[in-house]
Design a protein around this ligand. Structure first.
Ligand code: TMP
Ligand code: ASP
Length: 235
């Protein structure tokens, strides 16, 4: 399958049409942003790492019964995915306190929760992706009740699969962000990406951060952290 016209350029990916309206090609960039787009940079090799890691994890999830948009990896940076209409919600699952959770509630990072948590943000750059609850998402017509229920169930399932998977690789899955899309027949599938851009990964032994927090917090060793995660996942 070949790219035709560019449909969209986001912060970390471009999306191209193909000859078949049911499929698009995603092209992963090395560009990175943080702090609501205020901080900009590049992470050398990130595009290829996120593409390959995300595709691997989506295929793992498919085997475990989670439907995804994944179709075929074309090369290091490009992947064919089903064209979906994205549900404008960022779905965040947390196993351990960190980031905005720790800040909002005034607690330290690293508290292990008895049960995972879920929260939603309204995907809207002009409004800076505000936190939103299920009732408000429904009131705004962002998704139906059934869709929200499906998304919650799938998100917790993704957490169970990935948490166990990463622990075997010596990595604690602290939290992550998912996005879901609708196929033309209305079916909800996991979309976007699963990568060190969208997850917090802590080394299980040392606690070392192996994700985009190294970029967000100017910690250095950003490329090494992405490479380390790629090696653990893909060998
Ligand atoms: P947070 O603690 O900043 O709310 O982030 C929670 C998780 O969501 C973390 O793994 C990073 C991920 N995330 C994104 O993928 N995109 C975003 O725009 C934000 C704010 C967080
Ligand atoms: N990617 C988001 C931004 O550009 C935030 C983040 O991942 O920290 O603001």
């Amino acid at each position: 399958m070949e790219k035709t016209t560019q449909l969209y350029e986001g912060k970390a990916k471009k999306v191209f049409a193909t000859e078949d309206p049911a499929y698009v090609i995603v092209s992963y960039k090395d560009d990175a942003t943080a702090l609501d787009g205020l901080k900009k940079g590049t992470i050398a090799g990130k595009g290829a790492i996120n593409n390959r890691m995300s595709n691997y994890l989506m295929q793992l999830l498919e085997k475990e019964g989670v439907p995804t948009h994944f179709v075929e990896e074309l090369n290091d940076r490009e992947t064919v995915v089903r064209k979906v209409s994205i549900v404008p919600l960022e779905v965040i699952i947390r196993n351990i306190s960190a980031g905005s959770f720790a800040k909002r509630y005034g607690v330290e990072e690293g508290i292990v929760f008895a049960e995972p948590t879920i929260e939603f943000s309204y995907k809207n750059d002009d409004l800076h992706d505000p936190l939103i609850n299920q009732y408000h998402a429904l009131a705004l017509g962002l998704a139906t009740k059934e869709e929200i229920q499906t998304i919650e169930t799938l998100a917790f399932k993704v957490n169970q699969v990935l948490k166990d998977y990463f622990l075997k690789l010596g990595v604690r899955l602290v939290d992550f962000k998912l996005e879901f899309g609708r196929l033309p027949d209305g079916k909800i599938v996991l979309a976007d990406e699963i990568s060190p851009d969208t997850c917090r990964f802590w080394d299980a032994k040392t606690g070392e951060k192996l994700d985009k927090d190294r970029f967000r917090r100017d910690m250095g060793g950003v490329e090494d952290a992405y490479r380390e995660m790629m090696h653990r996942v893909l060998g």
